[in-house]
Design a protein around this ligand. Structure first.
Ligand code: DGL
Length: 271
């Protein structure tokens, strides 16, 4: 077990989506350093098989462990649904935090007896993981889920807040499956980047549930309980690794982490 409080937090996603979680972590835990891995060579994860995502996740966990991370945050719903159980078994030395459980807890807490909608990748929606975890608690919550596979690639390309993105979003949110809901879960960490457009579609009358803050809270609680909170004696240093260089990743990283960002290419299979 890496018990050094000054060690960094490891975070990964297929691309820029997990930066929404990394940003919330930075806001809540400003003394923590992070090693962020964006698996840009393999995005989108949402269309990949469970086995492929598991293989990528294991490789990334190895990289983050080599970097000495004290905890690993799977900042991706697709990888959380496909690989969390496996990673927990594989990585015994540090805690693995997924993005699904903190959101499930929030929904159980606030929406007993009500209906919520959910949008996510095909991988996440087909896994049925949110429904299963929510139903296990017997709180009579109905989850209306819709796979929205165009959204993550669109966001990854920086292609949003324009006429076409408005239409794609409207087409999805008008789907009969998403009617009569009292809140909408953004079950993909890319989607907070289009939260404004989603709010506009609903004319600000829908509660949009974004997991970044609850995940940051869950991480904080774990670090406190394990006495792993960085006391802030040394400098904060974030590292951004990508399995393939993309200019949109660099642009988004700068958007969230204003300081000079150096992207390091780290091919997962050494190519
Ligand atoms: N951001 C990821 C998620 O939360 C993955 C999106 C993708 O690569 O398809 O599911």
């Amino acid at each position: 077990m890496n018990t050094s409080a000054s060690a960094p937090i490891g975070i990964f996603d297929s691309g820029i989506g997990g930066l929404t979680v990394a940003h919330a972590i930075q806001e809540l835990l400003p003394n923590e350093s992070m090693v962020y891995f964006g698996d840009t060579a393999h995005l989108p994860y949402g269309d990949k098989s469970e086995a492929a995502i598991q293989a990528y996740s294991i490789k990334i966990a190895d990289v983050l462990l080599m970097k000495g991370c004290k905890v690993i945050v799977i900042a991706c719903n697709s990888a959380s649904s496909a690989a969390y159980e496996l990673l927990k078994e594989y990585v015994r030395s540090v805690k693995i935090i997924n993005v699904i459980d903190p959101m499930v807890n929030l929904v159980l807490d606030k929406y007993a007896g009500r209906a919520v909608g959910l949008i996510g990748t095909k991988r996440t929606v087909q896994s049925g993981v949110y429904q299963r975890k929510i139903q296990e608690a017997h709180e009579r919550i109905t989850v209306h889920s819709l796979a929205t596979p165009l959204l993550a690639p669109m966001i990854e390309e920086g292609f949003f807040d324009n006429k076409i993105s408005h239409e794609i979003i409207a087409q999805y949110l008008n789907d009969p499956e998403l009617q009569n809901i009292e809140a909408l879960i953004l079950a993909c960490t890319h989607y907070p980047l289009i939260k404004k457009e989603i709010n506009e579609f609903y004319k600000n009358k829908m509660t949009i549930l974004d997991s970044s803050e609850v995940v940051a809270q869950a991480l904080k609680q774990h670090l406190e309980e394990s006495k792993l909170i960085n006391p802030g004696i040394g400098p904060v240093n974030h590292q951004f690794l990508v399995s393939d260089y993309t200019s949109s990743f660099e642009a988004s990283t700068r958007l969230f982490f204003h300081e000079q960002v150096n992207l390091e290419k780290h091919p997962l299979w050494g190519s």
